[in-house]
Design a protein around this ligand. Sequence first.
Ligand code: HEC
Length: 259
Amino acid sequence: MKFSLRTAAGCAALAALCATAAADVTAPDIPVASYKKAAEADLKFVQTRAAEVAKVSASGEKVKDGQYKPAIGAALLLTAYADALGDATLKADALKVAEALQKKDFKAAGDAAAKLALKPGTGKLGPLAKPFKDGVQLEVLMQPYRVTIGGGMGIEKDIRDAIKKENPAKLEPAAVEILAVRTAVLNAYSFHVPNEKATIKADSKKLWEKYSTESVGLAKDLAVEAAKGAKADEKKMRTLLSGIDGRCKECHNKFRDDE
Ligand code: HEC
């Protein structure tokens, strides 16, 4: 908590120092109202997915990766939002859903997800949940970025559509706000789980942390701008989205095997 306060206060002025301070940050310091909107959206995402896969699995069909893995990442998002919103029950229940899905216990996941509810109290950012081994944790955290036809939340495509040179997509501040919260929290999480390539040398780990930290910072700024609604500065939002996209690409070029 101490760290996150210090980071919030000093980041703008001391960007370089913040790269290391942010290592201990819990969930990013984003206005609670934005967390609440993201929580409503992601609670629905997790509930819908968990109900679907419970049904598919009960019918004896095989559940595909894209049908359930993005929901694990989304459930981890919910546990982080739950801290910001002061909702310990949501945190515990979302964690149960994530764990049941990862075990492919789809019935348990469906049952646990059906109970998810949002009852905000007094928020206090807590440590990010780490239920899985590093590799699994990173894999499920990158899943919500996938295209919606692949089962993801389409975050990557939305970012790219927004910053295309030709006919960029129109920006809906309410949607951008949620995208920004998700992106900030996903990258705050992945900060802690560098993959193998990024842990070989101390230098590569630092670079991993730099890309993660910068993505979190830009996404936080984006959430704040988008939260202004009709008054949000469109040019500023596109610049921030472009900066985020740059960090995703840099990290992938450097550390992702399949690109
Ligand atoms: C700090 C490094 C890093 C950053 C920043 C990062 N990624 Fe990734 N991403 C990875 C790695 C590594 C993988 C491969 C994960 C694996 O091996 O399972 C990955 C995988 C992915 C995948 C593939 C998921 C799948 O299994 O189909 C998508 C999509 C993705 N990232 C989108 C994004 C987007 C969008 C951003 C920026 C908003 C982003 N990533 C930021 C490191 C990063």
